[in-house]
Design a protein around this ligand. Structure first.
Ligand SMILES: [Zn+2]
Length: 93
């Protein structure tokens, strides 16, 4: 019998600032945008919708590949934990 774990295991622990941002501290959702600056042409990023109107405040901003890399790291940690913590959760039939 194989050890099969659901993909939602430990998902509650993921409410951190790492990975793909869900919402800015100000409560607004983030936008998914593409940079058009000369420094970062066509680079994709997440940015809070409130950042445009209130540029003096520090609102959510994150490059997509940074978020993806963090998501990937978080997954690796979770998988490692799942294996090291022993008993596997089998899917109910
Ligand atoms: Zn914001």
């Amino acid at each position: 019998m194989s050890c099969t774990t659901g993909s939602s295991v430990n998902r509650e622990e993921r409410h951190k600032s790492i990975g793909v941002p869900m919402r800015c501290w100000c409560g607004r959702k983030e936008d998914f945008l593409v940079s058009k600056t000369n420094e970062n042409p066509y680079r994709r990023f997440y940015r809070c919708q409130g950042a445009l109107q209130r540029q003096t405040e520090l609102h959510l901003f994150k490059w997509v590949e940074v978020a993806m890399a963090e998501e990937f790291e978080a997954q690796k940690v979770e998988i490692g934990k799942a294996f090291s913590e022993g008993p596997c959760l089998s899917i109910r039939e």
